[in-house]
Write a protein of this length. Structure first.
Length: 750
């Protein structure tokens, strides 16, 4: 039982705040009127709000980014690695450009019409087929996608066989082409033809290989130049060779292209046999291949001759050039006769007049010669047309025989010397073809004449850098995006916890002993309840060791009043105070234990330790404030824990100034009375850095315990709290790290 002097503990020295009394009631009835309302909590101070809800600022953002440097670096490296890998998935594309200009048109067409016609000719499949055959692009995987091989690091090639084929629209008039439409369409995708300055055409080709892009652009320009109605005269050509220059160059280019294609095919077949990709390679008979090449050359020469003759007749050229093109010496002889008759007719007309009989006879003879010339020219044209048709039929027959001819196995795999010989043959054939192509491109520069219709003003060159992907821009954008993403990830991870984690860190920072590392309890139970549910858990063991250390320290100093405070709000001082009180009161470890709630902002001990039902010695409306105000006796304000013999003095009412209340004589006398009647008095106080009443209770207590939150309480908060307690003259028993992580707790204990 509580002694009688405790029942008589009523010291009305401190007057309660007028807000706690009913304005219509007398002084003795005030407590009853107040108890009808639930106790309200005092509003938190400005310092408390600033600590619990820190405002975001540029300094805090910079501190977070500074602390998350590792996270930022990892995110940036990861994103850049992904960007580099993605960039490797794209095949580099190089562009090469050739520019062609135009001279006077023999037919007198406007320049705009010529540009439009030549643009259409450059984009036509007919011209594309000739270039593909000359450059042997049928075996290029970029043009012939069926030859694309899978590459491990390029994901796009994994599904090459399953890629849907793009529908190809065949342009009108190209049904007789020998190459497949898909191959021609793929070739046309890399071609871009634009008119510039109204006088030139720019030919741009995009390919994976810069050398190949330049070669194709130059080949297109050269092929267009060779197919023009007239070629420029060149200084190193004779007058008789000028008429056949176009046919000769085109035939030579076709011949060199066929030789290069044949050499490349042989080299590729050898390499396939050597690598085991094609142990037996079948080929057409060589004689049939030679016949096919010869037929193609003859047809090309006849078509050029036919076109030249038609152009010479249409523009009204002299009979000598027409006779040379048509290979009709009779026309040249008749032309000489006609010229002689024209001179005689002019002489007679000047002497005797146009009506003279001999003049009329000469004019009749001239008309007869004109008819004979026209008949000979028409006959020559029909003969050439027949030869062209015959050559085309012969070529078609040879192609049919070539397709139907049985394949023949090649010779067994050759030796290394044969490989070197084949590679040398390919180099020589390519050198001859490119030399002739360069000569074709340089013809206008050798000696331009008035009948030049086209000139190549700029030959295509191999590009040094790809146009896609733009590596500097891609890496720059990726780096910027990676940095922004890294900053977002660092900020989304929340504020940086720079709190203390080890007992050694606490001891070095505060100069005090760290008495315990209390692990986290089960999330479904409170700390004070967990020690009763599982007395042998790590939490119960740590709290028992903490109580033993505190009891030993207080016994040596003769103290009985223990104040438990924290460096910042939310460290769990209430749970630790209740748990220590229950441990002290359990199984008669001490005679009497009292737990006082001095946290006026929360005042939740009364709700967490409900008294047993039917026990009328303590009413929920009475507490520390009422005792100090002299409204109730101490014995009527104390309650009993329902699970242990621990007593509890809660806070039932409110007070406007807790510091003034605790600084009164009443509080000092209460501490003296409790020191006489209890073996251990535990006082639960708020954060010492935020609330000044915690400093007052530390002064009244015999010793103080400072509670820290694991990984949340900073070093500066700990140092500041210790400084405040020492300035108040409090004796600090030590510190406690509460809510330690399990793995971190084990590492810190070691």
């Amino acid at each position: 039982m509580i002694k009688q002097d405790m029942n008589a503990f009523r010291i009305p020295e401190t007057q309660r705040s007028p807000t706690l009394r009913s304005p219509d009631s007398a002084a003795p009835a005030a407590p009853v009127a107040r108890r009808l309302e639930p106790p309200a909590r005092l509003p938190a101070t400005a310092a408390h709000d600033a600590l619990m809800q820190p405002a975001a600022s540029s300094a805090s953002v910079l501190s977070v980014l500074r602390a998350r440097l590792t996270t930022i670096a990892v995110v940036i490296l990861l994103v850049m690695a992904i960007a580099v890998f993605a960039m490797l998935q794209f095949t580099p594309v190089y562009r090469s450009t050739a520019v062609i200009g135009f001279g006077p048109d023999p037919a007198g067409r406007p320049i705009e019409e010529r540009l439009r016609d030549d643009q259409a000719r450059l984009m036509s499949w007919t011209l594309a087929e000739k270039v593909i055959l000359k450059l042997n692009l049928m075996r290029d995987p970029e043009i012939n996608t069926a030859l694309t091989r899978r590459t491990f690091y390029r994901i796009s090639t994994w599904f090459t066989p399953a890629r849907p084929k793009t529908p190809v629209v065949i342009p009108p008039g190209t049904g007789a082409l020998t190459l497949q439409p898909g191959l021609l369409a793929q070739f046309a995708r890399g071609l871009e033809v634009t008119a510039i300055d109204g006088k030139s055409i720019r030919i741009t080709y995009a390919a994976e290989d810069p050398q190949k892009a330049a070669r194709i652009a130059n080949a297109l320009a050269a092929q267009l130049r060779l197919e023009q109605p007239s070629l420029p005269d060149v200084a190193d050509l004779t007058s008789g060779e000028v008429a056949a220059a176009g046919a000769g160059l085109s035939t030579q280019l076709a011949q060199h292209a066929a030789e290069l294609r044949s050499a490349e095919d042989k080299l590729e077949q050898y390499r396939a046999r050597r690598d085991g990709l094609s142990p037996v390679v079948l080929a057409r008979p060589p004689a049939l291949e030679a016949q096919l090449v010869s037929a193609q050359r003859r047809l090309a020469a006849l078509e050029i001759r036919q076109r030249k003759a038609r152009e010479a007749i249409d523009r009204g050229g002299d009979l000598g050039s027409i006779a040379t093109v048509l290979d009709t010496p009779e026309v040249a002889g008749l032309g000489l006769q006609q010229a002689t008759l024209a001179r005689r007719s002019e002489e007679l007309a000047s002497m005797f007049g146009a009506g003279h009989a001999e003049t009329i006879a000469i004019e009749d003879e001239r008309r007869v010669i004109d008819g004979r010339i026209a008949a000979l020219i028409k006959s020559a044209q029909e003969r050439i047309a027949g030869e062209v048709a015959l050559a085309r039929r012969s070529l078609d027959e040879i192609k049919g025989q070539f397709d139907e001819a049985p394949t023949m196995p090649t010779l067994p795999p050759v030796s290394a010397q044969d490989l070197a010989r084949l590679e040398a043959a390919v180099r020589d054939a390519r050198a001859r073809y490119e030399a002739l192509l360069a000569r074709t491109l340089s013809l206008p520069a050798a000696g331009e004449t008035s009948n030049a219709t086209i000139r190549i003003t700029q030959a295509a060159r191999a590009a040094d850098e790809p146009v896609f992907p733009n590596r500097p821009m891609t890496l720059g954008v990726s780096l910027f995006g990676a940095t922004m993403l890294a900053f977002c990830v660092a900020l989304m991870r929340g504020p940086v916890r720079t709190g203390l984690r080890r007992g050694g860190e606490v001891e070095r920072a505060a100069g005090l002993s760290n008495l315990a590392l209390i692990p986290e309890a089960a999330p479904t139970a409170r700390l004070e309840d967990w020690i009763l549910q599982d007395p042998h858990s790590a939490v119960s063991t740590a709290l028992g060791a903490l109580y033993a250390s505190l009891s030993h320290s207080m016994d040596e100093g003769g103290g009985r009043i223990l104040a438990i405070t924290s460096a910042e709000p939310g460290c769990g001082t209430t749970s630790i105070a209740m748990a220590l009180g229950r441990i002290a009161a359990r199984e008669g470890l001490t005679r009497r234990v009292l737990l006082i709630d001095a946290d006026f902002r929360r005042a939740d001990l009364g709700g967490r330790l409900q008294p047993p039902a039917g026990l009328g010695v303590a009413r929920a409306e009475d507490g520390l404030v009422e005792v100090l105000a002299g409204e109730v006796d101490l014995a009527h304000a104390i309650r009993r824990d329902r699970y242990t013999s621990m007593d509890l003095l809660p806070i039932a009412g409110t007070f406007s100034s807790p510091v003034e209340l605790l600084a009164t004589r009443s509080m000092q006398r209460l501490v003296e009375v409790l020191r006489q009647h209890y073996d251990l008095v535990i006082v639960n106080t708020p954060s010492v850095r935020v609330f000044p009443e915690a400093q007052r209770m530390a002064q009244l207590a015999d010793t103080s315990l400072l509670v820290l939150n694991w990984d949340e309480t900073s070093r500066s908060a700990l140092v500041e709290s210790v400084r405040i307690l020492r300035q108040a003259g409090a004796h600090i028993a030590g510190t406690v790290l509460n809510r330690c992580g399990q793995r971190q707790d084990q590492r810190a204990a070691q």
